[in-house]
Write a protein that binds this ligand. Structure first.
Ligand code: ARG
Length: 282
């Protein structure tokens, strides 16, 4: 089997057109440290961050996605990580309430955008960092806690959306948002519809993942260390960190079409492809 050919047993993957929200990193820098990836003493290159982000934006357009944009605000360098701006499902936007003061003004900025775009906005009561910690797989919301989002926000999700919410507890500080350790590949929610990094979860959460997704892709430490799991899939095309080579190989084996992008500058803030992407579901 060659690397460019899916295994003959791999299923034919079907893409579903996605609508996403992104924020151009015009004000990106690393001026504080709220996760282990961030080193405010090291220089950052905002124009390089913008150029790299533009390649992700162009890739989404090339794949036929609808991409909406929110204006970044001066003084909010992490606003590029749009996944944290909220969680949007069934036309309802559950607003974010950031844990660290440095990011707190982003919550209302994103809520204003959701409201102006016609979403029903729910003000958050509990600390939560949006789709960074909440991922929809099939009909179920998988919700992370341990570092950023409070478990109480998972109850808010249950009340707002009336769906099953499964709590997953993160234990490795380098993988502090669920979307750094868990990737949704296929929205059917089947046995192999996700990829994850086992060491990022506590034993109880790992048991849930093993039971629900016995055919999941498990990524290597090397791929996780370039935030390879921080990826976005339309069911067929999976946009990943270009350096996540073993993940790329495993995706091809399963019949997916990986597309590598280089967001090395945004990795300095502790984010990758998925962090820059918030899915909007009407
Ligand atoms: N510097 C940001 C933070 O620590 C990065 C956020 C990454 N976003 C994500 N969805 N994982 O909050």
């Amino acid at each position: 089997m060659t690397l460019t050919q899916p295994a003959s047993s791999a299923p034919e993957r079907v893409a579903t057109r996605r609508t996403v929200l992104m924020c151009r990193p015009s004000h990106f820098t690393v001026s504080y440290r709220i996760n282990p990836w961030m080193h405010p003493e090291a220089p950052t290159d905002t124009s390089l961050a913008v150029r790299q982000w533009e390649t992700l934006y162009a890739k989404y357009l090339e794949l036929g996605f609808e991409v909406q944009l929110i204006d970044g605000l001066p003084g909010l360098p992490d606003m590029v990580y749009a996944a944290n701006g909220g969680f949007v499902l069934d036309g309802i936007a559950y607003g974010a309430k950031f844990q660290y003061p440095e990011r707190q003004p982003e919550g209302p900025a994103y809520m204003d955008w959701f409201g102006a775009d016609g979403f029903e906005v729910r003000e958050p009561v509990s600390t939560n960092e949006g789709e960074g910690d909440f991922l929809l797989v099939g009909e179920t919301i998988y919700a992370g806690t341990g570092f950023r989002s409070d478990a109480a926000s998972h109850d808010e999700l249950r009340r707002i959306y009336g769906r099953e919410v499964v709590t997953l507890t993160l234990v490795d500080p380098s993988f502090y948002h669920l979307d750094t350790a868990f990737a949704v590949l296929d929205s059917d929610g089947g046995r192999g519809s996700v990829a994850y990094l086992p060491k990022a979860f506590d034993a109880a959460s790992l048991a849930i993942l093993q039971e629900r997704f016995p055919d999941a892709i498990l990524v290597t430490d090397e791929d996780a260390a370039v935030l390879g799991l921080n990826s976005f899939s339309d069911g067929r095309n999976v946009i990943i960190a270009a350096r996540a080579k073993d993940f790329e190989r495993q995706l091809i084996e399963r019949g997916f079409t990986p597309h590598g992008v280089d967001l090395s500058e945004l990795l300095l803030g502790g984010g990758g492809v998925k962090c820059c992407t918030l899915e909007l579901r009407r």
